[in-house]
Design a protein around this ligand. Structure first.
Ligand code: GLA
Length: 689
């Protein structure tokens, strides 16, 4: 995001700004408070379609002209929304055919938001007309810095099953299978249950059916639905690229959301943006957040991304909405920056007075600016403005976790060995173990270049094509280290089993095959023992399987009746590398030890050796310098010794330090020594106080 960096002079800081909810006096106060908090970018007008086009073609930008002028006068850049995320009442009224339909035929009414069928030509056309008018009107406005297309595509309506969508699905399938219905029949295994199609026009979306709809059809429908939403994005993007070719475009994804394939979308965007809502009630929420940030960064090859939304404190949409404790919002904001964010933004600037989100926290709460939340926001804004060098820096690590939305979709389809096997849970088991081992982690698509990695981990990567599996095997043969968990590499891209013993395409690297899955009953534990006789921390759970060794050596064994002595985790030397396989879900401490062994053998180094438990370290690299961020997620204060002196970028005059004191929820931002001393004026964002 070079354009943004040169415009802002550093990291972006701000939030969703919905001035249409407020009177003129409040809007004037907004600008004063923004300047005071060093807000330099806002996501403007995300839900303002009804305001700027109150009736068909009756565009009226007067209100936003004043807002845009005010922002420009206060040095705030607009990440201007295309305003298409919630169609106005008149559109649903005039064209009820744009409303989405669920698998069981229910039509979703207006009254919430995102009530449009992604394939609707009427919706796409009205959205494109609005964007044309908006872009033409604001193309030369000094506040315009970035376009925010739509909003969190697919969070409420990811799939539509109406007749328009059905026709679009058939068009998509015709293209995917090059007009060959027998190619579709083969991919979907339609000889099962007499589903063989004679022509594309017989195919339907996987609507509610008497029993399990065809899994390959379900998988293709998820792909199609993600692409149908992307087509909505592209319709708007193409208008913007024509009218405002110099203004980059983005849209915001929701962290940990299953419906939209971020790896498929990212190449079609100028910048990727992310909304992240870790749950303050969850003890290890920061690990899940780190995973989602690393997965997003994997979509842009280690380049920066934008944190477009987080909560200043509580959200309103969980069953119990915990607030962020003092310092937690700062800590989690810096964690996003540590993992590559070039923007720290919130939903939303001012907490709404009415509407469904009135109990969602805001940067300016109902209580006003003299509140703990606003004071913490203001302090963070000032702090982020002091480290402009972070913007534009990159991240590259030695350990990769392979992740694929297609596999997530396929893994969680129905009629599987165990409903207990959930994608993100499986990934988090391994990601969490790597995180605790202190290594930096890239989360990347299976098509990524693996050659620069020392260790690659495939956690529950159920769907893996022959081609991608071949790359993993080559990686091990060339000296790489690999860890694979159960129910990985089971099916191809059409959800058809790789024959020859699971996981067939990885078998020669792993030195084994699996004959049979034996998932546990709910709550049942799995007795295990170490092959070397060392004591284990506890039982495993969830899964057992019948592993047949073909060169691999067991590290863990199943114990107890029927299973005594059978392999539960193995290691195999293959070519110049080593491949481990884990056939159950071990106790977290035992999995941690196994993963730590793989890390050590691979030679992947921790970001900072010898860190106390609960302290995270992450590194971002710039041109000729780097920035190390230390984050204390624990409840205990720690002194951390640095292997070499670094400039303390958050302290006035940036002194050189060798030891850092980290309070609970404490943060340190430490640059290469030459970044020390007073910050050069020309690197600083424009002063606005
Ligand atoms: C999402 C949306 C916002 C808002 C927040 C509330 O991220 O993009 O419009 O609804 O959730 O947490």
């Amino acid at each position: 995001m070079r354009v943004l960096r040169s415009r802002l002079g550093g990291l972006a800081f701000g939030g969703d700004y919905n001035p249409e909810q407020w009177d003129a006096a409040t809007r004037a106060e907004d600008l004063r408070l923004m300047a005071d908090a060093k807000v330099n970018m806002v996501n403007l007008g995300v839900f303002a379609w009804a305001r700027v086009e109150p009736a068909r073609d009756a565009y009226d930008f007067t209100f936003f002209d004043e807002v845009m002028d005010g922002l420009a006068a206060h040095g705030v850049t607009a990440d201007l929304a295309t305003m298409t995320a919630s169609p106005p009442p008149w559109l649903g009224h005039e064209h009820p055919e744009i409303l989405p339909v669920t698998a069981d035929g229910t039509v979703l009414s207006p009254g919430g938001r995102q009530h449009f069928c992604p394939s609707s030509p009427v919706y796409r056309d009205r959205a494109a007309r609005l964007v044309e008018a908006l872009a033409t009107h604001y193309r030369d406005h000094p506040a315009l810095g970035l376009w925010h297309i739509g909003n969190e595509y697919g969070i409420h309506v990811a799939e539509c099953f109406c007749d328009v969508s059905a026709a679009d699905f058939r068009r998509w399938l015709h293209e995917r299978y090059a007009g060959d219905i027998d190619a579709l029949n083969a991919a979907w295994s339609t000889d099962f249950w007499s589903q063989r199609y004679a022509a594309f026009d017989q195919v339907l979306p996987p609507r509610a059916a008497p029993t399990y709809p065809n899994p390959s059809q379900q998988l293709d429908f998820k792909r199609f639905s993600s692409e149908a939403l992307r087509a909505c994005f592209e319709v708007e993007r193409d208008v913007l690229r024509r009218v405002t070719p110099d203004v980059p475009v983005t849209t915001n994804f929701l962290a940990g959301h299953k419906t939209v394939d971020v790896y498929d979308w990212a190449p079609h965007m100028d910048a990727v943006a992310f909304d992240s809502y870790p749950d303050p009630h969850e003890k290890h929420a920061h690990i899940g957040a780190a995973l989602s940030y690393d997965a997003l960064r994997g979509a842009v090859d280690g380049a920066p991304w934008l944190l477009t939304e987080q909560a200043p404190s509580a959200v309103n949409w969980r069953s119990r909405n915990g607030g962020k404790a003092p310092g937690q919002m700062r800590l989690w904001s810096w964690q996003a920056v540590a993992h590559g964010a070039d923007a720290v933004m919130y939903f939303q600037w001012r907490q709404s007075r009415g509407g469904a989100e009135k109990f969602h926290s805001g940067m300016v709460p109902h209580g006003g600016a003299d509140t703990r939340v606003h004071r913490e926001v203001r302090a963070l804004g000032r702090e982020l403005a002091a480290v402009p060098e972070l913007a534009g820096t990159h991240t590259r690590n030695e350990v990769a976790v392979l992740f694929d939305w297609n596999s997530w979709w396929a893994l969680e389809l129905d009629s599987h060995p165990s409903e207990g096997v959930r994608c993100i849970e499986q990934v988090l088991d391994y990601y969490g173990a790597l995180f605790e081992a202190g290594v930096g982690i890239d989360v990347v698509h299976p098509s990524a270049d693996l050659s620069g990695y020392k260790l690659v981990v495939l956690p529950g990567l159920y769907l893996l094509s022959e081609e991608h599996a071949g790359r993993v095997v080559d990686f091990v043969a060339a000296g790489g280290h690999l860890v694979v968990s159960f129910f990985t590499g089971i099916v191809d891209e059409h959800d058809r089993v790789h024959l020859g013993g699971y996981p067939a395409p990885l078998g020669k690297a792993l030195g084994l095959h699996v004959e049979e899955f034996w998932p546990t009953a709910e709550g049942e534990s799995v007795a295990l023992r170490a092959a070397d006789g060392e004591p284990l921390a506890g039982d495993g759970s969830l899964w057992r399987e019948d592993v047949v060794l073909a060169g691999a050596r067991p590290e863990l064994l199943f114990a107890g009746p029927d299973w005594e002595g059978r392999p539960a985790a193995t290691v195999h030397t293959f070519g110049g590398g080593t491949a481990r396989y884990v056939a159950t879900r071990p106790h977290p401490a035992d999995l941690g030890a196994l993963v730590a062994r793989a890390v050590a053998e691979s030679g992947a180094a921790p970001v900072l050796p010898g860190l106390p438990a609960g302290v995270e370290a992450a590194l971002r690299r710039g041109d000729g310098y780097d920035v190390l961020v230390l984050l204390n997620h624990g409840d205990t204060a720690h002194d951390v010794d640095l292997p070499e002196p670094r400039a303390d970028l958050l302290a006035a005059d940036r002194p050189e330090v060798r030891r850092v004191a980290l309070e609970p929820r404490g943060v340190a931002v430490l640059g290469s020594p030459h970044l020390g001393g007073p910050r050069p004026d020309d690197a600083a964002p424009a002063a606005r106080d």
